[in-house]
Design a binder for this molecule. Structure first.
Ligand code: BTN
Length: 270
């Protein structure tokens, strides 16, 4: 059973109706659930419409990339997943989501943010003399095989709205909108702005303008080309210099062996 949508979410969705390309026209809100991505997958399996949105006030089993937990306490974050039925464009839709979260956060709050590969939304911090980041939001895209062999995409995003007692392993790197801005932030406004920005990016993809999405992603990740990185490949650690990303979002790293595509895993920014 769903719970009533909090008033600030309902108001922001109502105010942005017609500009979200149908994203969030159907909303399932839960005060508490395991993971919005799991609920989105179940809904997709039962035929949920493209753009169906699952929101939670708290996740008890929120997860991030690489099987890591995503700390999801009540009142401190936006926990959202969309059911997308545009499997053919899945890799670039994930990049589009990064662009949309970055744009949505900035549009709703004025806070400038960047994307850190693969798709973390971060606040840059150059105070230590070299580029570092505090992580504000993350994206988890998971595909599942729906009816008729057509893949669905569960596009989950979590945005830290207010500071929380983060677990020690993330405490040093995490931040929230309230911590950055020194004032509380309307989670509904952030949600609506992200959905509007995502609708624009999906529109670009659907009209063959994938390059615009990639350009927007690259513009939001200005420090990427030329960065020195280390990564695990073929059972060993490799080092190289980033030359960019390709249209699947893979990191392109120039190493002694040539340009290598890094698809997933841990990249160390050296
Ligand atoms: C990451 O940076 O590791 C990705 C984090 C994604 C978190 C969101 S919160 C809503 C959705 N439900 C989940 O369980 N995870 C994603």
């Amino acid at each position: 059973m769903t719970d009533p949508l909090p008033p600030e979410m309902a108001a922001a969705l109502a105010a942005s109706a017609g500009r979200r390309g149908g994203l969030g026209d159907v909303v399932h809100y839960y005060d508490e659930i395991g993971s919005t991505n799991d609920v989105a997958a179940q809904l997709a399996e039962h035929g949920a419409a493209h753009g169906t949105l699952v929101l939670a006030g708290r996740q008890t089993a929120g997860r991030g990339r690489m099987g890591r937990p995503w700390f999801s306490p009540p009142g401190a974050g936006l926990y959202a997943s969309l059911v997308l039925r545009s499997a053919a464009v899945a890799p670039v839709v994930t990049l589009a989501c990064g662009v949309a979260v970055a744009r949505g956060v900035t549009a709703a709050t004025g806070l400038p943010v960047e994307i850190k590969w693969p798709n973390d939304i971060v606040v840059p911090d150059d105070t230590a003399g070299r580029r570092q980041w505090r992580k504000l939001a993350g994206i988890l895209a998971e595909a599942s095989l729906g009816g008729g062999g057509v893949a669905d995409l569960m596009l989950g995003f979590g945005v830290n709205l207010a500071a929380a007692a983060y677990p020690p392993e993330v405490a040093g790197q995490a931040t929230s909108l309230e911590s950055e801005l020194g004032r509380p932030v309307d989670g509904g406004a952030v949600l609506a702005a992200v959905l509007v920005a995502l609708a624009v990016a999906i529109g670009q993809i659907e009209t063959g303008r994938v390059g615009e999405v990639l350009d927007a992603w690259r513009a939001a990740a200005p420090g990427l080309p030329g960065r020195s990185v280390a990564f695990e490949a073929g059972g060993g650690r490799r080092r190289g210099t980033v030359s960019g990303i390709d249209s699947d979002g893979a990191l392109l790293v120039r190493t002694e062996a040539g340009v290598e595509r890094v698809i997933s895993g841990e990249v160390i920014w050296t």
